[in-house]
Design a protein around this ligand. Structure first.
Ligand code: ZN
Length: 290
């Protein structure tokens, strides 16, 4: 009898589990890093679509008509918040979407710059844990039958993030303290800096919307010389010419490319969040640690 009951349950479970493609929870993530988190937690119960794709700049994104369609079909739209997706409210409204908007940074204490919050909270792995937990809870609320699966996926992914966090700490500790300072294009690494003790100085602020003024650039050049900053880094979402010019004027070495606000495609160095953080710390230590 008990065996029959177990069998019946198994049949029921497989009947309500979503078939390939059909019946999956449609989730839109605003940009590539969030899309990767949602994929890891959602597994094959969730159909994830990303608005701002690989190597693209979420700060200055101009939504396309196809994005309105993606949002119209979604049950959940997962965003970073903290002012990152200024273009999103209008898109949601024009799509006439009834999707629930989920802010993945809920309960993260933002780094403040004047009155504005710094949106780049994902750059600390401890914060990434909070994103993943929030995403797991929101998927479970939208699809209660999948709650156990989402929790299990989240736990497995959080364990990988713990390993990653330790790796970054150990790598940063290899850099001699006077060399723990670099230049990047825009101020995207404030949370990384606070978590791992490497100072970042950027000619652009927390958004890429405005251009650096001649005075901003002159200030950076002076800082590189007086503080002997060993290296400058490009970003995959930003124009490389600004950093190229600063490097040429100061002789500071270009240390490679850091991935700040977007992943790469499958063939690139950072197709996932974990690859991105690993790439960045490797790029930093290979220039700074010797
Ligand atoms: Zn940014």
């Amino acid at each position: 009898m008990r065996r029959l009951l177990v069998l019946t349950c198994l049949v029921l479970v497989s009947a309500i589990a979503p078939a390939r493609g059909e019946g999956r929870l449609n989730v839109v993530a605003s940009f590539s890093i969030l899309g990767d988190f949602v994929r890891n937690v959602g597994g094959d119960r969730v159909n994830v679509t990303t608005l701002v794709g690989p190597n693209s700049d979420v700060h200055v994104y101009a939504p396309a008509p196809a994005d309105a369609k993606k949002i119209a079909d979604a049950r959940l739209v997962i965003i970073n918040g903290l002012g990152l997706e200024g273009w999103l409210p209008r898109l949601v409204q024009s799509a006439g979407s009834k999707a629930a908007i989920v802010t993945a940074t809920d309960s993260i204490v933002p780094r403040k710059l004047g009155v504005a919050a710094d949106p780049h909270a994902w750059q600390s792995v401890a914060n990434a844990r909070i994103y993943v937990t929030n995403i797991s809870e929101s998927l479970s609320a939208a699809d209660p039958a999948g709650a156990a699966a989402y929790r299990a996926h989240a736990q497995a992914y959080l364990a990988k993030l713990d390993v990653l966090d330790r790796e970054v700490r150990e790598a940063a500790a290899q850099i001699p303290p006077p060399r723990r300072k670099v230049i990047s294009t825009h101020d995207a690494f404030g949370y990384f800096a606070a978590a791992y003790g490497i100072e970042f100085i950027a000619p652009l602020g927390v958004s890429t919307e405005s251009e650096a003024s001649a005075r901003d650039i002159a200030g950076i050049i002076t800082e590189i010389r007086t503080r002997k900053i060993p290296a400058v880094f490009l970003e995959n979402i930003s124009d490389p010419r600004l950093i190229g010019r600063i490097s040429a004027e100061t002789g500071a070495r270009i240390g490679g490319t850091l991935y700040s606000d977007g992943l790469t495609d499958e063939k690139g160095d950072a197709p996932t969040y974990i690859d991105m953080v690993r790439h960045n710390i490797k790029a930093l230590t290979s220039v700074l640690a010797n």
